[in-house]
Design a binder for this molecule. Structure first.
Ligand code: IPD
Ligand code: CA
Ligand code: CA
Ligand code: CA
Length: 281
């Protein structure tokens, strides 16, 4: 079997497992949940996050005993940054949008990616509540429920709808820079949105529902699957500085095309500069 056949097989297995795991979210969304706090008071986790991650890991490692895993809930226990090697590695966010899940806000999903030689080969993001199954294989296009998707063709930031998540401003060090960027976006675009799920928001860029998304302070499992889905839909995912995205410490500008990404980088540079200047005064 060649590598392409392997990827097809891995994809089929992953698709089935994610669809089945989605039933856990569907079944639990309206139930009372056992909510725990992960260190910081607003970082919620439920028994379902752990259950989905355990199920996916167990089933995938039964099928592919050599494969490695980076999963949000397992990594949280180790309390250290995940290490990405060249080995086939499944990156799992069992519930992205846990706070939404807790509040029954129906933007919540499972995000699963397969990375081989540090290159993302498969990305799956599934919102079982809205029956949205986003998927991509490298160089094979991006799909929503089996139909090809493409990013928006808008090239002017002022004509764009942008998602941004300002929650990192809960840390007072980020308050001024993040609010300055938000203010710049309010002034310079059609509007901003904030959905509470990085993986799904990346897919909304991929399907052309929004032009771009900016978030910092997230992790590899929030972004791995969505990054491939956007790239396969014609978009780009880069670091806030304009450089290459670091999957392990992602600071994200995701955009429908390079023109919008470049304009966002420039806008944030001037907003950040304005903040520095104000603080110096
Ligand atoms: C969170 C969501 C949210 C992002 C947070 C993530 P979780 O993931 O993706 O949109 O802003 O940084 O932690 O905890 O719901 O899996
Ligand atoms: Ca979490
Ligand atoms: Ca997440
Ligand atoms: Ca999660």
């Amino acid at each position: 079997m060649n590598v392409t056949d392997d990827i097809e097989e891995y994809y089929k297995a992953a698709e089935g497992l994610v669809l089945t795991a989605g039933k856990i979210i569907e079944g639990a969304i309206n139930l009372n949940k056992n909510i725990k706090i992960k260190g910081i008071e607003w970082d919620l986790v439920t028994e379902y996050d752990r259950r989905i991650e355990d199920d996916l890991k167990r089933q995938l490692s039964n099928m592919y005993p050599q494969h490695k895993f980076i999963g949000e809930e397992t990594t949280a226990e180790g309390n250290c940054l995940p290490k990405l090697t060249d080995e086939p590695t499944w990156i799992i966010d069992p519930i992205d949008g846990t706070t939404n899940f807790v509040h029954q806000f129906p933007h919540t999903c499972i995000s699963l990616a397969l990375v081989i030689n540090k290159r993302i080969e498969i990305g799956i993001v599934y919102n079982p509540l809205m029956k949205q199954f986003f998927s991509a294989k490298r160089q094979k296009g991006a799909f929503l429920n089996g139909h090809p998707i493409k990013t928006s063709k808008v090239t002017d930031l002022s004509q764009s709808l942008i998602a941004m998540e300002p929650w990192i401003a809960k840390d007072s060090d980020y308050l001024v820079p993040i609010y300055t960027r938000m203010h710049a976006l309010i002034q310079g675009t059609h509007g901003i949105r904030s959905l509470g799920t990085a993986a799904l928001t990346l897919c909304y860029v991929a399907m052309g529902a929004i032009e771009a998304y900016h978030v910092e302070g997230i992790e590899a499992w929030d972004v791995a699957a969505g990054k491939l889905i956007i790239e396969e839909a014609g978009g780009t995912v880069i670091d806030t500085s304009g450089g290459e995205l670091d999957l392990i410490v992602p600071r994200v500008i995701a955009a429908c095309n390079h023109q919008i990404a470049d304009q966002l980088v420039d806008l944030f540079k001037s907003a950040d500069l304005e903040t520095v200047n104000k603080n110096l005064k």
